[in-house]
Write a protein that binds this ligand. Sequence first.
Ligand code: IPD
Ligand code: CA
Ligand code: CA
Length: 269
Amino acid sequence: MELRIRKEVFQTAKEWILEAGKNIRETIDEPLKINTKSNANDLVTQMDQNTEKFFTQKIRSTYPDHYIVSEEGYGDDLESDKGTVWIIDPIDGTMNFVHQKRNFAISIGIYHDGIGEIGFIYDVMNDILYSAEKGEGAFKNGQKIPELKNELVLEESILVINSHWSCENKRVDEKGIQDLVRKVRGTRSYGSAALELAYVAEGVVDGYLTMKLAPWDFAAGMVIVNEVGGLTTKADGQPLDLLNVNTIFSGNKRIHETVTTQYVRLKGE
Ligand code: IPD
Ligand code: CA
Ligand code: CA
């Protein structure tokens, strides 16, 4: 993507995200219409849908030649990652949004020909914007985030992992995950993949392991983590597929290598 265009898209997207976030904060106490999607715990509200509509309308009128991949159905049905693609999760952490009214984020990754150019993760209630542009570092409310340290070892690390993956499941050998949980200093689970990736970039956690993320969950986070020298791949170390659901490990390079090669044994791959 041409630098001049990227700068303009970055500024525009940032303004839209701050506006959408302000709107969510101002209406956070209004009654919600809550529906379920694939199962009883897969929630969606009119706020998810309206926020996505807000972005898709803005993008379609300002950048008619850009494509959109998004969670709630207002985007395009893409078969290729060619061109400029906005990958949008209007509210990542809907369960937190509904139950807690906090710990959710707007996540937008902007890719060009499959390459991450821009990433934004907006922690709406705390008014914290994580951002990155390819090759220019990552920022938290405009302050540069330092590069990740690679000397951290597993025994001294905090990993983000949902306890679900240490129970019997279809995707990963739970014994390896149990060994990992015993090995690390501590585990956390915040309920928003986007925020969890932002925390990896910030270095407040050392890695994030999960078995099922959609492109809108990780697109922004991957750009931001890359910019601090971290790695985000499938949980077995293979490159991510931008148009499909993936397993994920994101973290500093040393922990990435150890976890993906020694602890994660995927089933059926
Ligand atoms: C979910 C959250 C959650 C992750 C799920 C995602 P949503 O996104 O990021 O932390 O474990 O896999 O689907 O549905 O709240 O946008
Ligand atoms: Ca999500
Ligand atoms: Ca969502």
